[in-house]
Design a protein around this ligand. Structure first.
Ligand SMILES: *[C@@H]1O[C@H](CO)[C@@H](O)[C@H](O)[C@H]1NC(C)=O
Ligand SMILES: *[C@@H]1O[C@H](CO)[C@@H](O)[C@H](O)[C@H]1NC(C)=O
Length: 319
């Protein structure tokens, strides 16, 4: 189930079997009729995906970090990025109690890890827990995507390799870069499948994506690490300011997990750094990533709704 907790599935199936006469009963959860233009019968029914974003320590003012535990933040651009894909966000506060974190995770359809700088302490521990939750949920057959950007990708690399020293230094602070595609066959089924070939070509020749990081991982180190190379496939690489090449986009082989060292959210929603590309092409790249992240969940919600809402829908599916 994409929009409702898993434990409601039997209830929905029961409702579907009982037919429309039960639909108005109090306490009943109704799913919208897929494909209908009409307003939902009950405006309180919410059928769009919800994404959890883990907050980063500090108050977010100019990237200021402190050791205070009373504040944490999510850059607004990450929330807008998810909203641009047609979903909403709830914050997963990095230092809230475990049971509250797990309760929130049970209510969201996917997770985003933001950029930032903190690589240890309670924040890293929470990222580890949420990452394990993502794996477990998918292993249990519930599609539960994760999109990890910049620091998020670095932390996932540390977790998967079980090596906190796996990262290397690169010079890519406030830098617009290209994306190079070392293996076009690996793009099949990936986020880049929805890109027009012209846009792929432009990505590899024009600086359409925003980098802002001091760490990363080289293709060589990723390939030579058994855990990383069996978990991820490399979709793109990028050169830093000195021409040193690092991995800039990966997808997991067996999980709906996408990681970028670069910042898709910035091209449409951030203006503070002068190098951020804002061209029509750069905006399109961002929008493709937002659509890709959220659209897998829309398909899931659509098929669940069609299946469970109305007996006639079930008939047409089984016909
Ligand atoms: C946070 O605490 C650590 C460990 O006590 C210390 O090394 C670090 O400088 C502190 N950071 C800030 C921004 O106060
Ligand atoms: C390119 O990607 C395909 C599909 O993921 C894979 O089978 C193939 O081994 C890759 N080739 C190289 C040279 O890495």
């Amino acid at each position: 189930m994409a929009s409702l907790p898993q434990h409601l599935l039997p209830v929905l199936l029961l409702l579907a079997l009982l037919g429309p006469s039960s639909a108005g009963a109090p306490g009943v959860i109704r799913l919208p009729r897929a494909g209908a233009c009409a307003a939902p019968a009950d405006p309180a029914v919410y059928d769009r995906p919800v994404i959890g974003i883990v907050t980063h320590p500090g108050d977010g003012a100019a990237g200021r970090i402190n050791n205070g535990t009373s504040t944490s933040y999510i850059g607004a651009s990450y929330v807008k990025f998810v909203e641009a894909g047609g979903a909403r966000v709830i914050p997963l506060i990095y230092n809230e109690p475990d049971e509250r974190l797990l309760q929130k995770l049970s209510l969201v359809n996917g997770v985003l890890f933001t950029g930032g700088s903190v690589k240890s302490g309670p924040y890293f521990e929470t990222i580890k827990k949420v990452f394990q939750y993502v794996l477990d949920k998918n292993d249990a057959g519930v599609p539960f995507p994760l999109f990890a950007q910049c620091l998020g990708f670095e932390l996932v690399s540390m977790i998967v390799s079980k090596d906190n020293n796996i990262l290397e230094s690169f010079h890519a602070s406030d830098q617009a870069s290209t994306l190079q595609f070392p293996n076009y066959s690996s793009l099949q089924g990936s986020v880049f499948e929805r890109f027009h070939p012209d846009l792929i070509r432009k990505l590899s020749t024009s600086c359409l994506v925003m980098q802002n990081h001091k760490y990363g991982i080289s293709p060589k180190r990723l390939r030579e690490n058994d855990a990383l190379s069996s978990f991820f496939k490399i979709l793109t690489t990028s050169p830093d300011e000195n021409g040193e090449v690092y991995v800039s986009t990966v997808e997991a082989q067996k999980y709906p997990i996408t990681c970028t060292q670069w910042h898709p959210e910035k091209a449409i929603f951030e203006w503070r750094k002068p190098m951020i590309p804002h061209s029509e092409d750069a905006v399109q790249v961002t929008q493709h990533f937002a659509n890709y992240f959220i659209s897998s969940l829309q398909l899931q919600a659509y098929s669940d709704a069609t299946w469970a809402s109305d007996p006639s829908d079930r008939r047409s599916l089984s016909a």
